[in-house]
Design a protein around this ligand. Structure first.
Ligand SMILES: Nc1ncnc2c1ncn2[C@@H]1O[C@H](COP(=O)(O)OP(=O)(O)OP(=O)(O)O)[C@@H](O)[C@H]1O
Length: 326
């Protein structure tokens, strides 16, 4: 049995459908990436799964953790599962820490809540966690305030707080987006190492395919509230089949004679209130036919492995690619 199983998850806000039936499984100890441009529904998928969306959201479908249904479960039940088994870290580390309390106190509070640790035992464990996430001189720095840490170190402190509950699953929502490139790489390394050390599963939400490949075993690519392709990282990187996945790869900047060469995907993600008919990617897709503009492709298992929702996979007309130098 999967650790987390999401089936036909649908979410609407004020009558506007933003998720159109997500199916996703996370195995014990597995790291799965959720990739796509801004507004594709990556965050909403996990916020809905974990009961963190505002009350106005209409949520349908099923999310189970080891068979226990979370959708429609009483709030206290969801909170118990969330706190004890699942932890989340977010994009902006500085706004997730309380600026008026020392970091040690904030980690000790998580240890008290999740593991009932107090006093010296909690402090010793907090120092161990800060050490584990690579904060130098943890024994003295535990008494500093968040503003005395850099952005990357604040993210490390938040990871330590997330680990305080010894979660079975860590959901990391764009955890490196607010950090500069070298610090991003260090945090990605840290997440990969921690996963290996603790055996926890991980969901890594990002628009950055490179970051996802560093951390994850498998990735699901989302577009306009649907998964359009899913595969093991190795296969997805060697043979991306959906034109959108290929577009995301092409959009990764390449260095050419000292200049960054970009091939952005033309157009933008559609507004969920004005989704095009048929395949939502068809207006931006160089391989789209009239059939694509009239019919919605289902996500289907492929004979060569992986899942795909496309009527014309493996086709991109290279000559129509736009090139931009930055
Ligand atoms: N609380 C909300 N009320 C109304 N609409 C919302 C709300 N939260 C998200 N949405 C809409 O749901 C859609 C999916 O948003 P979501 O945040 O999941 O995208 P995303 O892929 O995670 O993007 P990003 O990378 O920018 O976080 C978007 O159209 C967004 O505007």
């Amino acid at each position: 049995m999967s650790f987390v199983s999401i089936r036909n998850l649908r979410v609407a806000f004020d009558g506007v459908q933003v998720l159109h039936g997500i199916d996703l499984d996370i195995g014990h100890g597995e790291a799965v990436g959720l990739v796509g441009e801004s507004g594709c529904g990556k965050s909403v998928t996990w916020l809905a799964a974990l009961g963190l969306l505002p009350g106005k959201a209409k949520i349908e479908g099923s999310v189970t953790i080891e068979g226990q249904e979370l959708i429609g479960a009483p709030r206290t039940g969801i909170e118990a599962v969330r706190g004890a088994r699942i932890a989340m870290i977010f994009q902006d580390p500085s706004s997730s820490l309380n600026p008026v309390h020392r970091v040690g106190r904030q980690i000790c509070e998580s240890l008290r809540l999740h593991r009932g640790l107090r006093g010296d035992t909690a402090r010793t464990e907090a120092i161990r966690l800060l050490d584990m996430v690579g904060i130098p001189s943890a024994r003295t720095r535990i008494d500093l305030y968040p503003h005395e840490f850099s952005g990357g170190q604040c993210q490390r402190v938040l990871i330590a707080m997330a680990l305080a509950g010894e979660p079975d699953l860590l959901v990391a929502d764009e955890p490196t987006t607010a950090l500069d490139a070298t610090i991003q790489a260090q945090i990605l390394d840290l997440l990969s190492n921690l996963r290996r050390q603790t055996g926890m599963a991980m969901v890594f939400i990002s628009h950055d395919l490179g970051a996802v490949s560093t951390v994850c075993d498998r990735a699901a690519v989302m577009y306009a509230g649907r998964i359009v392709e899913e595969n093991d990282i190795g296969r997805l990187f060697v043979v991306p089949r959906h034109p959108y996945t290929r577009g995301l790869f092409d959009a990764i900047p390449e260095l050419d004679a000292g200049r960054a060469r970009l091939h952005p995907i033309p157009g933008t993600v559609p507004d969920p209130r004005q989704l095009p008919q048929g395949c939502a990617f068809s207006p931006r897709c160089t391989a789209a036919s009239r059939f694509c503009k009239e019919h919605q492709p289902d996500l289907r298992a492929q004979p060569q492995g992986g899942l795909l929702a496309c009527f014309h996979p493996d086709q991109v007309r290279a000559e129509t690619k736009q090139e931009v130098f930055a």
